[in-house]
Design a protein around this ligand. Structure first.
Ligand SMILES: C[S@@+](CC[C@H](N)C(=O)[O-])C[C@H]1O[C@@H](n2cnc3c(N)ncnc32)[C@H](O)[C@@H]1O
Ligand SMILES: [Zn+2]
Length: 261
């Protein structure tokens, strides 16, 4: 986490500003090890490998979600680096559909100079390209997974490969640890359908977007659209939350969120 980014952070528990940054180790990009605390409720959030950890350890929904992804991924040994740096190009479903959809969005939506929150960023390949090809001013990758080759730690490969940078928060997208109106855009690839509370998620997205900000989401399974993810993982086997989003339903949830925010 870059030192200056602390001002954008809010406590996911009480929404108080975070402060009192302790820097135990830094590199040329960011604070790699340390701690930041809530000025409201005094909770402390560790920074490990540059990632700020803001998950509620008592949250059983999140714990179940993390365990499901970990179980599905299994052991992730060395040698995956070339696979990760080639993402989203990968010759198995759902990637052959995801990759062109993603790059089409990058062509159609202007992220240049904008602040973007990537929710459910996973291995962070999309955050990488929002920051590089998309020329976003600031990108914040949010996910509940951190393990290298599965979650946010994978970003270190991209930082080294193309000298890019984006922030990484290990946090629940339903309780985004960011200030109201901070973002120009919220972005998601194939993550909204993993929400355990769609109304709550959209309300939170509306809170962090500035007025006129945009929500862009791609590669969601829909009842009428392509649904690679439906076959890709089964919630019964893994406990991973999994919705089949119906477009009118998500539109109405988002409208409700905008009205109440
Ligand atoms: C299908 S994966 C997509 C990952 C990434 N966007 C990609 O396209 O490679 C869904 C992601 O949503 C994340 N996720 C699930 N529940 C979440 C939550 N409550 N908050 C943040 N991320 C969540 C998962 O950990 C997972 O990385
Ligand atoms: Zn707090």
């Amino acid at each position: 986490m870059k030192r200056e980014f602390a001002a954008a952070l809010r406590c996911p528990f009480c929404r108080g500003p975070l402060g009192g940054l302790r820097e135990d180790a830094c590199d040329e990009r960011e604070v790699r090890e340390g701690e930041i605390a809530c000025t409201g409720c005094a909770r402390r959030f560790p920074i490990r490998g540059g990632i700020v950890h803001l998950i509620d350890p008592e949250d059983r929904t999140i714990a179940r979600e993390v365990a499901g992804w970990e179980r599905m991924a299994g052991p992730l040994g060395d040698g995956l680096e070339p696979v990760m740096t080639a993402l989203p190009w990968y010759p198995h479903r759902p990637w052959p559909e995801t990759a062109p959809d993603f790059f089409q969005i990058l062509e159609e939506v202007d992220f240049a100079g904008r602040r973007v929150i990537a929710i459910g960023a996973g291995r962070t390949w999309s955050s990488r390209f929002l920051a590089t090809i998309g020329r976003a001013a600031e990108v914040v990758a949010v996910d509940v997974l951190t393990r290298r080759y599965l979650g946010l730690e994978t970003a270190d490969l991209f930082f080294a490969a193309d000298r890019s940078f984006f922030e990484r928060l290990c946090a629940d997208a339903h309780r985004l640890p960011l200030a109201d109106g901070w973002a120009d855009a919220v972005f998601s690839v194939a993550s909204i359908h993993h929400s355990s509370d769609l109304d709550g998620l959209f309300a939170e997205i509306a809170r962090v977007l500035r007025p006129g900000g945009v929500l862009v989401f791609v590669s969601e399974p829909g009842r009428s659209g392509r649904s690679a993810s439906r076959r890709f993982c089964s919630s019964r086997e893994t406990n991973i939350a999994h919705l089949t989003i119906v477009v009118p339903e998500s539109t109405s949830s988002f409208s409700k969120a905008l009205i109440s925010s």
